[in-house]
Write a new protein. Structure first.
Length: 106
């Protein structure tokens, strides 16, 4: 199911997320994708950890939840090489994926 949200004030976002879920975050560079991910993890999923951008690590894990940033990956083989496919296949939490075009057909 696809849903689009446009926010002027991220603090007003109130959504229910069922597990397991994979959520694609789209937007231009510096559009606020990581800020949105932080809000979802901290305020909606109640994860009490510092949420960091996975730009250089490709993904971060928070319990059974993951935050991917695929901006620097060139192809699906690189996604497979970092263990991404296995994480998606075994998902029992919430996975947020920035720059999902690389794996959208998955």
């Amino acid at each position: 199911m696809k849903k689009k949200y446009f926010l002027k004030d991220i603090s007003k976002l109130e959504i229910e997320i069922n597990k397991p879920s994979i959520i694609f975050l789209r937007g231009d560079l510096a559009a606020g994708k990581t800020t949105l991910a932080k809000h979802i993890f901290n305020n909606i999923l109640h994860i009490d950890e510092e949420i960091r951008s996975p730009t250089y690590t490709y993904y971060n894990k928070y319990g059974q939840n993951y935050h991917f940033d695929l901006y620097r990956l060139e192809n699906y083989d690189e996604f497979f090489a970092i263990g991404g496919e296995e994480i998606l296949d075994n998902n029992s939490g919430v996975i947020l994926i920035e720059w999902p075009d690389l794996i959208e057909k998955y």
